[in-house]
Design a protein around this ligand. Structure first.
Ligand code: PHE
Length: 341
């Protein structure tokens, strides 16, 4: 019996087989257990020799089972360690890492600067009704601004006789949507894509604007000037002066175009120095008709709005001469300007 089991245990190749053998030999109905039960029927003399012999056998088989089980476990662990082993010194396969597009980077930068001044971010749809894009902003149907903006019109389905939807030509419709949704007071910026049918070195049919809107009981052009100078100084990391020139937008009164101070040094544009001026945005005090369209009482509330080209201020900061390059997805270009690894 001893030889039989020791042989079987030695041959066992996995832990399940060991368990089988344990049951076969030492289980309730195991071969050795049954023999132990026979002891009761034996004479005292027989028992005196058979008893200790059987106990010794039982212990020996038990130890052999445990030893083998441990050995099998160790072997399994070794095998796993071997198969899961990694050589951390091997060279890795190079995987080029992407980065945020420069426009996204600049948008984040702009958003962070205005956030420090208490402006929240608002968004609106890029496919816009002509009411939000024009009428609510005091640009009626016959107004020349509609033609000036080179609007892309969307085709309505046959039988739908509403005025055609448009690709928003500016971020100003978000002023209306935000005021409608939340009312005054309000302090927001609205970054996003806008569309105009135009294409040359400084114009692409899709470009990016950021709108600013601050509505409260007592907001003035002076607040606007302070906010913009704070913004440009933070963005260009220089002390940037602004110049306001009287202008006209249907949705602001008075209106101003804003220039930032700059100069050219060795063919490089330097913002915040010299006596040159560069136009960067349109702005003004929100027209009472615009507040009315957005269900805000113009006798109680007033405020300023501005809209500036994100791509344009990105070009200025990074010295990029051609706007179109932003949208060419040319990796060499992105790398050249340090926008990609
Ligand atoms: N919406 C104007 C444009 O796109 C910019 C602007 C915004 C002007 C807000 C005044 C106030 O040109």
């Amino acid at each position: 019996l001893k030889q039989k089991y020791l042989g079987l245990i030695a041959d066992a190749s996995n832990e399940a087989r060991i368990e089988d053998l344990r049951v076969q030999a030492l289980g309730k109905k195991g071969e050795i257990s049954l023999q132990m039960r026979e002891l009761g029927k034996m004479s005292p003399e027989q028992r005196q020799t058979a008893g200790p012999a059987l106990n010794a056998l039982k212990d020996e088989i038990n130890s052999a089972l445990i030893a083998k089980k441990t050995a099998l476990g160790d072997a399994a662990l070794d095998a796993r360690l071997r198969s899961e082993w990694l050589d951390v010194t091997l060279p890795i396969r190079h995987r080029p890492q992407g980065t945020l597009h420069p426009i996204s980077q600049v948008t984040e930068e702009v958003t962070a600067i205005f956030a420090d001044m208490g402006f929240a971010v608002a968004e609106g749809p890029q496919v816009e009704s002509d009411w939000y894009n024009f009428d609510a902003l005091n640009i009626p149907g016959h107004h020349p601004a509609r033609a000036e903006m080179d609007t892309f019109y969307m085709k309505r389905a046959a039988g739908d006789d509403r005025a055609p939807a448009v690709l928003r030509t500016h971020t100003s419709p978000v002023q209306i949507r935000s005021l409608e949704a939340q009312g005054a007071p309000m302090r927001i910026i609205c970054p996003g894509r806008v569309y105009r049918a135009d294409y040359d070195q400084t114009h692409t049919p899709m470009f990016n604007q950021v709108e600013g809107l601050a509505i409260d009981r007592d907001v003035s052009m002076a607040n606007l000037k302070w906010v913009l100078e704070e913004f440009f100084s933070a963005y260009f990391d220089a002390d940037v002066k602004t110049r306001f020139r009287a202008s006209h937008f249907p949705f602001t009164e008075p209106s101003a175009e804003v220039d930032i101070q700059c100069t050219w040094v060795d063919g490089q544009l330097k913002v915040g120095e010299g006596d040159g001026w560069l136009e960067v945005l349109g702005s003004g005090m929100v027209h009472p008709k615009v507040l009315e369209a957005a269900k805000v009482d113009p006798t109680q509330w007033q405020g300023f709005a501005f809209g500036m080209g994100i791509d344009r201020i990105a070009m200025l900061k990074y010295g990029i001469p051609d706007l179109r390059a932003f949208f060419d997805s040319d990796l060499r270009w992105l790398r050249h300007y340090g926008f990609s690894a």
